[in-house]
Design a protein around this ligand. Sequence first.
Ligand SMILES: *Cc1c(COP(=O)(O)O)cnc(C)c1O
Length: 390
Amino acid sequence: MTNDDERAASRRDWRTRIVQPDVAAPGGFMSLAPAVHRGSTVVFQRLADAKDDWRGDRYTYGLYGTPTVLELAARIADLEGAHHSFVVPGGQAAIVLVYLAFCTAGSHALVPESAYSPNRELADGLLKGLGITVETYSPTLGSDIAGLIRPETRLVWCESPGSVTMEVQDVPAIVAATHRCGVPVALDNTYAAGVLFDAFAAGVDVSLQALTKYVGGHSDLLLGTVSVREAAYERVGAMHRLLGLAVSPDDCALALRGLETLAVRLDALERSTLTVAEWLKGRPEISVVLHPAFADCPGHALWRRDFTGSASVFSVVFAEDWDAKRIGRFVDALRLFRIGYSWGGTTSLVMAYLGAGSASRSHGDRLVRLNVGLEAVGDLIADLEQALTR
Ligand SMILES: *Cc1c(COP(=O)(O)O)cnc(C)c1O
């Protein structure tokens, strides 16, 4: 009998071999592209090795990340200067994780009035039912935040610039005042893509971003990260596991690809956005351009002090003689700026926000948010011009 015959004779049934094969592709494939590792179950060599542990130093279950997920986590943590980053299904999941990691029944938390609105909706809905009180504060408060901190305060949020109304916060001052009371600070650093503002240098304990926006960069995935200092690692990691916040390795591979072009996209987006914003500032139809690089934006001096660049999203407030109906006609007349939520992709977007702002700084029904994409900037300006003058 030849060796081949011997092997054939000892072969297991084909029904076994389709599940547990005797063959494998050669190893050592030195690709530049990250491998997509899928998997729920992780097998152990010996029973004594089997355990369920979410910590990333060894693999025990797919929920805590396959090598593709942990590669993305490690790269984001490295960019942000974090001890560790937890990858979650989206920016909103990141917000929920942070609340539940730090707050329990009886806790009080502070969130800026200008925060991403589903953050505030979460406060009025789910968190209220769990006995967690969330109070809003003026985003331009600075170190006066100390006056709002109670004995039961467990978390202070920052988001800078604020979603839609774009107030830049004095994050270092808020952190210093909050830490004096022994309370941690979490920052939603989505605008800065985790790179235009150094959250950990500013002292925050937790920094999150919706990778959905700039890291993904192509409007084709939803992911988020919660990046932590060492002191917050156990608390956030344990809650991440309990909430079962699994992510798709395929989406993580797309995010890893997006990451490679983040610098060139951010540079191009910043330039085009400043050109569009500058042009709008010169228009009689627009009363204010809320872009952090412009003096009219609340907190502009803080942006100059703390940020290394600006991003692609900003808002305009129309002149007094514009009402919701007229703004609706303007938005509907746009052809290249597509009507849609989210931002940070290659396509220019527009959205009107009725009743945006706070009681003290209301923009009525005259605020429109724009996200500038990677189209030719001359065409974008021509699109705005035809819609304004129709
Ligand atoms: C988009 C966004 C989120 C939510 O991200 P998703 O991935 O869409 O859930 C959170 N915070 C800010 C500031 C955002 O812009």
